[in-house]
Design a protein around this ligand. Structure first.
Ligand SMILES: Nc1ncnc2c1ncn2[C@@H]1O[C@H](COP(=O)(O)OP(=O)(O)OP(=O)(O)O)[C@@H](O)[C@H]1O
Ligand SMILES: [Mg+2]
Length: 331
């Protein structure tokens, strides 16, 4: 349903920002441009939920905007619902429901219902059908009581729910959601996730950017992790977790920090990675061949006379994968 090939986007940095960043060195071409998206290729199939993860500024929103035809790519192209992204942009737009991350595109002085009616009429939905559809969606989003209130009186979560309602007003085959649950309360977020799963069952292709690792793990068939404009990992969440630690994670809280000991553990063939929680001195040891490796780790600790304060085991999470790939810290 969505197929993008080698998409790149560069923005030019403003002269003022460049002047601020400049210092003493001579300006190069790289200083003048930001490569927000850098050669991204992937596909999202019918009935698939595809997650886009990545640190702030990784290029997720830019990529989603390109797929929605809101901005042009500098290079590359793609097909959405059988239509060419660059040459058939109008048909592409008709195929997509888009939920932008910052919602500034509603009319503040109109009520929720009036806003949805306005956008529905832009889509040329016949009035009687539109009226029914809007009532249905307001109910689904739990906004019935707010329907006749002006948009400016909505809370962030209510605004987000209204934006979701607009996104599925015409029941498009492709949904593109930029951080859809960001201001929803836990109950609303949960019912939203169930709703997205029901859309998947109905064969929609759903592309979703999120910072919520739990959500990505629960919902997505596959995820792409982006960093500095590039896709640095792409697979099913379960596969990514297995690659990081096929036999789980050993959590070892040591009495003190001892670099040589950690280096020795790191050198073990079945230890994939070790990360340290600074505050607690707890080491997260991602391992293969669980029991044997755990025994070896303990043996080495005892050789070093190291006091172990606590041992536990856990399954790797998508968050672990994210930190491992993007180099973030364990909090
Ligand atoms: N219109 C623009 N002009 C110049 N630079 C831009 C523009 N839009 C985005 N950028 C830059 O492109 C890069 C990617 O931004 P983008 O919004 O796509 O990131 P993101 O992955 O969505 O981040 P976040 O998680 O914070 O939403 C950033 O460095 C950003 O500053
Ligand atoms: Mg974004």
């Amino acid at each position: 349903m969505i197929e993008i090939t080698q998409i790149s986007k560069t923005f030019s940095r403003s002269a003022r920002v460049r002047a601020f960043a400049r210092g003493s060195h001579i300006e190069t071409e790289e200083d003048r441009v930001v490569r927000a998206v850098d050669g991204v290729t992937f596909e999202v199939r019918q009935g698939e939920i595809f997650g886009l993860l990545g640190p702030n500024g990784a290029g997720k929103t830019t990529l989603l905007k390109i797929i929605c035809t809101l901005i042009l790519p500098t290079e590359g192209g793609g097909i959405v619902n059988g239509f060419d992204l660059l040459r058939e942009d109008r048909r592409v737009r008709e195929s997509i429901g888009f939920l932008p991350s910052t919602e500034r595109s509603f009319y503040y002085r109109l009520t929720g219902r009036q806003n949805l009616t306005f956008f529905g009429l832009l889509y040329n939905i016949p009035k009687a059908r539109l009226k029914r559809r809007i009532s249905e969606l307001l109910k689904l989003m739990g906004l019935e009581e707010k329907a006749e209130e002006k948009y400016m009186k909505y809370s962030s979560g209510e605004k987000q729910k209204l934006a979701l309602a607009r996104c599925i007003l015409v029941d498009p085959p492709v949904l593109i959601l930029d951080e859809p649950t960001v201001s929803l309360d836990p109950t609303a977020a949960r019912s939203f996730r169930q709703f997205v799963l029901s859309l998947k069952k109905r064969g929609k292709a759903i592309l979703l950017a999120t910072h919520n690792m739990y959500e990505a793990d629960k919902l997505c068939d596959r995820v792409a992790i982006m960093d500095s404009g590039k896709v640095v990992a792409l697979d099913a969440p379960s596969t990514l977790k297995r690659k990081l630690a096929s036999d789980g994670v050993m959590l070892l809280t040591l009495a003190e920090e001892r670099k040589t000991l950690i280096e020795k553990l790191r050198a073990l063939r079945t230890v994939i990675e070790i990360r340290r929680e600074k505050e607690t001195n707890c080491y997260h040891i991602f391992i293969r061949d669980g029991k044997k490796t755990a025994e070896r780790v303990l043996k080495i600790c005892s050789e070093y006379g190291m006091i172990i304060r606590h041992i536990a085991f856990k399954e790797p999470t998508l968050e672990d994968v994210f930190f491992s790939i993007t180099g973030g810290k364990i909090e």
